[in-house]
Design a protein around this ligand. Structure first.
Ligand SMILES: [Zn+2]
Ligand SMILES: [Zn+2]
Length: 902
C-alpha cells in the first residue's frame, strides 16, 4: 500500500480516496432511520452516563463544542461497546440574556422594543424564534457523528424541566436558603439586568484618577482647609455619604469625626475611619458611595450610613434630590466629563492622573458594569458550600487534570451569596407570589389559586426570572426526570463523568455539585474532565467577533468528520497546555482515514464471502504471529489509555498500528503470502483468515474515534452470524486483548526481519539507487538461529526490499564498491558498481557530511555548556542527547559510505 500523496492537493487522488461526504450522509440517515441512538436501558448491565453541557440555543457549533463532543462520544461509544448500558443526555439551554438580546435586536430592526410588545407577546416571540433557530446547534452536532440519546434532547424551558426548577426553588426557599436582599450588585445598563460576579470580565482600561478637594466644614487651627479624595468615578459623587480614611493614618487622624462639604452638591458628610481604606491608594482618603459600589456598601452598613442611588438602570443620572439639576438625566460618562470640568473651574480638582485599572465589563454585551443598589433574590451559600467542598476534598468527585481541583476549591471556599434573579423576561419566572390583600409572600411549585393566609385571589408573581445558571445547575438530574423517581434516575444517577470547559468550573460545575448534594444528597458526577482550549494557529483566543474563529463545520466539509474527530481525540484532556489549531494535522488525519479506507478495500477484495473461519493457530507464519501479537498489544495499551482518559495515547497507538504495522508491513507481507506455497500448503486461506480476523476486530477498536468509516467498512466485512445481526458496529463488543496471542519471539524475530529490510531500503536511498533497479543483497550471519530465521524470511526481504538475496557469498572482487551495514549478527552487503555513478554519489555525500558537521557543532555547543547541563530539565537533556547521538551516527555512516566509495 502506498500512501496517496496529499489527496487534498490532488483531485484525481481524491476521487479514488475515501468519499467521506457520501459515507457520512449515508450512515447518518441510516442511524436515524433505524433509531440506533434511542435510549435502551439494560438494568442488569453496568452503566455509564454523562450529560452534555447544554449549548445555548443561540449558539453555533464552535471548536470547543466539537472537541468536547468528540471526547464524550469516544468514551460513550467505548463503554457502549464494552456492554455498558449508556445514557448520554443531550439538550440546549434557553440562555436568558443571550436569547433575549437576539430577539430584541430583531425587534429593533422593526423599530420596536420589548416594552412596546408587552411581556407575554414578547415571550411568545422568543418561543417563535426558538422553534425556528433554536435547534440549529443540535443539527450541527449531527455532522460530528455523536451518539447522543437523540430521542431525549432536553431544553431548560421544557415544562417538565421548569417543574424541576420550581421544586428546587421551593425546597431552598422553604429552608430559608433563598432570601430577598437589598445590596449593590453588578448591573448591566445595556442588558438591563443584574449579573453575578462570574458574569463580568475585568479588563484593564486606561482611565483617570481624579483627585478632588472636599472642603472641611470647620477648618482646624493651622490645618489644611480640605481633604483630597481620589476616585475614578466622579459621576457617582452625588451619592457620597462619607469620606473614609484609615484609622491609623497619621495624616488624617485629626479629621475623623469632622464633616466635609460635598463639592457642587454642597451636602455635608462625615469623615469616618475604616480599615477597608488602603493608605497607599491615591491620597489615602476615599469617597464612600454605598449605592454604587459593593465595598462602599459594606462600609456604609458598618457605619449605619444611608445608600442614596444617583444613577439609574440605563446609566443616566437620576432626577432626584441628590443630583443637582444641571446633571439630571445626563449619561454617566458625559456626566463624568461635565463634573470634572466644573470641579476644575471651581478650583476643586487638585489633579487628574493617568490611571490604568481593571473595570468590570458585562460578559454578554461588554458594556461597563454599573454597580447598583437593588433588590435581588439571593441563595445563601455558606451551608451549601460545606458539603460541596468536602466531596471534592474527599475525592468523591475528582477533576482531571488534577490541578483544576484548586480552581474549584478556591472559589467554593471564598464563595459569596449568589444573586439568582435577573431583570429579564425570557427565562423561568421566580415562583414567588405576594398577596395584594394581606401582603403574604411565599414560593409555590404551581401557580397558586389564592392566598394561603387570607384566601384572596389577588396574587402577584415576582416579575424577575432566574439566573440561567440556576436552571442549568439542575441539568444532570432534571433531564433524567427529577423530582420524579424515574428509572433513568435510579439507574443513571449520579452520572459517570462530566466533560467540560475550564471557564465554567465555577459558573456551572460548582453549582451542579452543591445543588445536587442539597436536593438529592448525591454527587452529580464522579469525574470532571476539563479539556484544553483550542487557540488560533498563532496562539490567540478564537473569537467570532474578531473573525479568527475556525468553524468546525467547515473543517468537516473539507476533511471529513472522522479526520476531525481523530484530531480532537489526539488533543485529549491530559495536556496542561492549550492547543493551537493546526490545519496540516487535519490533512494528515484525512490521509490516515484514506489509508485505512484503501487498506480496507484491499482486505475486503481478498476475503471470500460467507462467515469467517477460525484461525488455525498451528499454521501461522512468523508475520501472522507478529501482527496478532502487535494487535493484541495495541488492545492492551488502549484499555489502559481509556482507563486513564489518555485520549492522546488512544489516537497515537491507533495511528501507528494502522499505518505502520498493519498497512505498511502486514498487508504487504500478506500479498506475498497469498501467492506462496509454504511447506506444500496453500497459505492463501490462512493469510485471509488472519487478515479478516485482525481487520474486522480493528474496525471495532477504531470505531469510537471514527464512527463513519468504520461503520461503512464493517458493513461490508464478512462477520460471524452473531455480529451480522447487529444494526450497527456501535453495538458490537469492543475487542479484548487475548493473552495467548502474546508472542515475544515473533516480535523480536519480525523486528529483525524488518530491520534488515529497512537497512536494504536505506542503502538504496543513501546511494540513490532508483526504485525500479533490481539489486542483489548478500547476508552473512554468524549465528545459527538468526541465520535460519533470515533464510526462512528470505522471500519477505526479497519482495519488500526489491532485491535478490544471497546468503554468505564470498566477496570476489576486492576492488568493487560495496555498501555495508550490520544488524544484530548479520552483515548486509550490496555491491554498488553496477548500480550507481560512484563519483556523483561521492560529491553528494561530501556535501551532506559538511552540513552535518555544522549541525553537530551547534548542538555540541549547547550540550557542553555547563549552565545548560546544570539547569535544563532532564527530558530536555535526553532530547539533546538523542539528537547528538543521531547526528554522530549519521556522521559515522557517511564516513563509512565515503570509505566504501573510496
Ligand atoms: Zn450587558
Ligand atoms: Zn392574603
Amino acid at each position: 500500500m502506498t500512501d496517496a500523496d496529499s489527496p487534498a492537493k490532488n483531485p484525481e487522488a481524491n476521487k479514488s480516496g475515501y468519499p467521506f461526504a457520501e459515507v457520512e450522509s449515508k450512515w447518518t440517515k441510516f442511524w436515524f432511520d433505524r433509531e440506533v441512538f434511542d435510549l435502551d436501558i439494560q438494568p442488569d448491565q453496568p452503566r455509564f452516563s454523562a450529560a452534555l453541557p447544554p449549548p445555548n440555543i443561540t449558539g453555533n457549533l464552535h471548536m470547543g463544542h466539537a472537541l468536547n463532543g468528540t471526547l464524550q462520544d469516544v468514551l460513550t461509544r467505548f463503554k457502549r461497546m464494552q456492554g455498558y448500558s449508556t445514557l448520554w443526555q443531550p439538550g440546549t439551554d434557553h440562555a436568558g440574556i443571550a436569547t433575549q438580546m437576539v430577539v430584541e435586536r430583531q425587534l429593533a430592526q422593526e423599530g420596536k422594543n420589548r416594552r412596546d410588545l408587552g411581556r407575554e407577546p414578547f415571550i411568545a416571540q422568543v418561543w417563535k424564534w426558538r422553534e425556528k433557530y433554536g435547534n440549529q446547534i443540535m443539527n450541527q452536532y449531527k455532522r460530528l457523528g455523536v451518539s447522543f440519546n437523540w430521542d431525549r434532547v432536553a431544553f431548560t424551558m421544557d415544562p417538565s424541566y421548569v417543574k424541576a426548577i420550581y421544586k428546587a426553588f421551593t425546597i431552598l426557599y422553604n429552608e430559608g436558603l433563598i432570601y430577598r436582599g437589598n445590596r449593590v450588585t453588578n448591573w448591566c445598563p445595556r442588558c438591563l439586568t443584574s449579573v453575578s460576579d462570574l458574569e463580568v470580565q475585568h479588563e484593564e482600561i486606561k482611565g483617570n484618577l481624579y483627585c478632588i478637594r472636599y472642603a472641611l466644614e470647620d477648618v482646624p487651627a493651622g490645618g489644611p482647609d480640605h481633604i483630597t479624595v481620589a476616585t475614578t468615578r466622579p459621576e457617582s459623587m452625588f451619592g457620597d455619604v462619607a469620606v473614609a480614611v484609615h484609622p491609623k493614618d497619621e495624616r488624617y487622624k485629626k479629621f475623623i469625626g469632622r464633616r466635609v462639604i460635598l463639592p457642587i452638591a454642597q451636602r455635608k458628610i462625615p469623615v469616618i475611619a475604616d480599615t477597608y481604606v488602603d493608605r497607599e491608594f491615591g491620597t489615602g482618603a476615599l469617597k464612600i458611595t454605598p449605592g454604587h459600589d459593593m465595598n462602599d456598601w459594606e462600609v456604609g452598613q458598618r457605619h449605619a450610613l444611608p445608600s442614596p442611588v444617583v444613577i439609574d438602570g440605563e446609566g443616566k443620572l437620576l432626577h432626584n434630590e441628590f443630583v443637582p439639576r444641571k446633571y439630571r438625566g445626563m449619561e454617566r460618562f458625559a456626566a463624568r466629563e461635565a463634573i470634572a470640568a466644573d470641579l476644575n473651574a471651581k478650583g476643586m480638582m487638585e489633579e487628574v492622573r493617568d490611571y490604568v485599572h481593571g473595570i468590570a465589563h458585562c460578559d454578554r454585551c461588554n458594556a461597563i458594569i454599573e454597580p447598583q443598589l437593588s433588590d435581588q433574590w439571593y441563595l445563601r451559600m455558606d451551608e451549601l458550600a460545606k458539603p460541596a467542598i468536602k466531596c471534592v476534598e474527599d475525592g468523591e468527585v475528582t477533576f482531571i487534570p488534577e490541578r483544576y481541583t484548586a480552581t474549584y476549591l478556591d472559589w467554593m471556599k471564598n464563595i459569596r451569596d449568589w444573586n439568582i434573579s435577573r431583570q429579564l423576561w425570557w427565562g423561568q419566572r421566580i415562583p414567588v407570589w405576594t398577596c395584594s390583600s394581606c401582603g403574604t409572600m411565599d414560593a409555590f411549585e404551581d401557580t397558586p389559586n389564592s392566598c394561603t393566609k387570607c384566601g384572596s385571589k389577588l396574587m402577584e408573581q415576582d416579575p424577575d426570572v432566574l439566573d440561567t445558571w440556576f436552571s442549568s445547575g439542575l441539568w444532570p438530574f432534571a433531564t433524567l426526570g427529577w423530582p420524579k423517581p424515574t428509572l433513568e434516575m435510579t439507574i443513571f444517577y449520579p452520572t459517570s463523568i462530566l466533560s467540560t470547559a475550564r471557564e465554567i468550573i465555577n459558573l456551572w460545575v460548582s453549582r451542579m455539585i452543591f445543588l445536587s448534594l442539597k436536593l438529592l444528597h448525591k454527587i452529580p458526577f464522579k469525574q470532571v474532565l476539563i479539556h484544553p482550549v483550542i487557540q488560533t494557529a498563532d496562539g490567540k483566543r478564537m473569537s467570532k467577533s474578531k473573525g479568527n474563529a475556525v468553524d468546525p463545520l467547515e473543517m468537516i466539509e473539507k476533511y471529513g468528520a472522522d479526520a476531525n474527530r481523530f484530531w480532537f481525540t489526539s488533543l485529549g484532556i491530559k495536556g496542561d497546555q492549550d492547543v493551537r489549531f493546526r490545519e496540516p494535522k487535519l490533512e494528515d488525519y484525512k490521509r490516515f482515514v484514506n489509508k485505512l479506507w484503501n487498506a480496507g478495500n484491499f482486505v475486503l477484495a481478498q476475503l471470500p464471502s460467507g462467515p469467517p473461519r477460525d484461525l488455525d493457530r498451528n499454521h501461522l507464519t512468523l508475520a501472522d504471529k507478529w501482527i496478532l501479537h502487535r494487535y493484541h498489544s495495541l488492545l492492551k495499551t488502549l484499555d489502559d489509555a481509556y482507563a486513564n482518559y489518555d485520549f492522546h495515547l488512544i489516537a497515537k497507538e491507533l495511528y501507528d498500528f494502522v499505518w505502520r504495522d498493519f498497512c505498511d508491513w502486514y498487508i504487504e507481507i500478506a500479498k506475498i503470502q497469498m501467492q506462496q506455497k509454504e511447506n506444500g500448503n496453500d497459505s492463501k486461506d490462512q493469510t485471509r483468515n488472519v487478515l479478516q480476523a485482525v481487520f474486522e476486530s480493528l474496525l471495532r477498536a477504531i470505531h469510537p474515534v471514527m464512527p463513519f468509516v468504520t461503520e461503512e467498512l464493517w458493513s461490508r466485512t464478512p462477520k460471524s452470524p452473531l455480529f451480522s445481526k447487529l444494526r450497527s458496529i456501535m453495538f458490537a463488543p469492543y475487542p479484548r486483548a487475548v493473552p495467548t496471542f502474546h508472542d515475544e519471539a515473533a516480535e523480536s524475530q519480525m523486528d529483525l526481519v524488518i530491520r534488515v529490510i529497512r537497512s536494504v531500503r536505506n542503502i538504496r536511498q543513501v546511494y540513490g539507487i532508483p526504485a525500479g533497479t533490481e539489486i542483489t543483497t548478500n547476508l552473512s550471519v554468524n549465528e545459527q538461529t538468526e541465520r535460519e530465521l533470515l533464510v526462512r524470511s528470505k522471500h519477505y526481504i526479497e519482495r519488500l526490499a526489491k532485491t535478490q538475496v544471497t546468503m554468505d557469498s564470498t566477496n570476489g572482487d576486492s576492488k568493487a564498491h560495496t555498501a555495508t551495514d550490520s544488524i544484530s549478527n548479520t552483515t548486509i552487503k550490496v555491491p554498488l558498481d553496477a548500480l550507481i555513478d560512484v563519483e556523483k554519489t561521492k560529491d553528494k555525500l561530501t556535501q551532506r557530511k559538511q552540513s552535518i558537521e555544522k549541525e553537530l557543532l551547534k548542538v555540541e555547543q549547547v550540550f557542553n555548556n555547563e549552565e545548560f547541563k546544570s539547569k535544563a530539565p532532564p527530558d530536555k537533556v535526553d532530547v539533546m542527547q538523542t539528537q547528538l547521538d543521531d547526528l554522530n551516527k549519521q556522521m559515522s555512516h557517511i564516513k563509512e559510505q565515503l570509505k566504501v566509495l573510496g
